[in-house]
Design a protein around this ligand. Sequence first.
Ligand SMILES: [Zn+2]
Ligand SMILES: [Zn+2]
Length: 479
Amino acid sequence: MHVQFWGAARTVTGSMHLVRVGSHSVLLDCGLYQGRRKEAFQRNRELPFAGHAIDAVILSHAHIDHSGNLPSLVRRGFDGPIYSTAATRDLANYMLLDSAKIQESDVAYVNRHRIAEHQTPFEPLYETEDALATLRLFRTTEFGQWFDVAPGVRCRFHVAGHMLGAASVELDLTAPDGQRARLLFSGDIGRAEMPLLPPPQIAADAEFVIMEATYGNRNHPQGADDSATLIELVQRIIAQKGKLIIPAFSVGRTQEIVYRWNQLHEAGRLPSIKVFVDSPLAVDATDVYRAHPLCLRPELMRDILNEPDRDPLNFRDLYYIRSELYSKKLNDFDEPCVIISASGMCEAGRVLHHLKHAISQERNAILFTGYQAEQTLGRYILDGHETVKIFGKEFPVRASVHKLESTSGHADQQELLQWVTATCRAGRVRRIALVHAEIEAATTFKQLCAERGLPPCLIPGREQILPLDRLTADLPTHE
Ligand SMILES: [Zn+2]
Ligand SMILES: [Zn+2]
């Protein structure tokens, strides 16, 4: 019995861990690796196993860095079940089709040049057909209920509080020789005080823990109510007749921002300004949020079910945009406005067009609301680069650049520590593997765990194996 780390190992994206029990293989997540274009292209293409070698997949949540390479696995012969919560499946329906479209158009763009230069065209990583085939493999289950995944592998989901339907995955493993182990994969860990979502739950019996440590070296500002920052920024945009561009994940972050905006709006704290959510995926995802009130905080569940007039994801001055035509019209829209658009790290999607039009004028502003991975356009802008490349052309950055801390969907250092301490107290934890973090974040967090007397932490590299047998688990593992 072991787990082998194939993605989000000493990096944040591309979550993928392979659990082996006897002759059976279960994959935890199958995410897209995002980073330097060439490296991402190769890494996502070269899956380290054939599709038919995997018995089943368990998906922690729908974010593309966890789900986005499932269609590649299917294209390479996987036809087993993909287990997730119902909300995750409903979000994945839209997200995987959207991702397929991005793959197709990315390759079409590159191939135009390759064909002109008489080079062999690339194949897309996957296509719409692969995404559709993937969606047929989903099997959904409720939080808290055990289900069989493969011989020797049982599973149940716990609320992770990170996005709608997001789960921590608990596995009860039995090897052919009768040895047993309890493995807990945190998925992405949310926060106690998320606007829309309930707080993360703690699993009781974990022995081995794979946990995310994205913010292992940082705390979100304490009690920071950055509403004041937001209000001031909006006032400034109105005075300067500019645009406020908010790059945001279509799923999760966009709904959180809209809900916060709605609250400020209801409280009469925001000056009147048109807000456009420009992303067809965000529009679809918002419908999925409304369709799963049981996954939201109880008070919101009540509002959605009891008082449809009080839609927490709508307000006057808010416009959801699907059509490309209207999206393009925003370029010439000359009133001050706010545009919330994807992708969150500015790697693709409509936000690139809005940035292209807005980034070089001082009257505009860009507001980041989430984590920006290394080597992404979002990170370059946030790090203060004077010029950035958009669609292959250099643009000077003259718009002001800001970041909202309180909207992060990830637990910060303090919250991660609370989560792991509670998990260790409730269980019999022997080892902790830190994933989904850049190396500095993971190293700091490992040290912190050691200072608190928690069980030993491992920061697994790609391909590294963590044995899950009790006898071998305590042996030092090569790092
Ligand atoms: Zn996530
Ligand atoms: Zn993630």
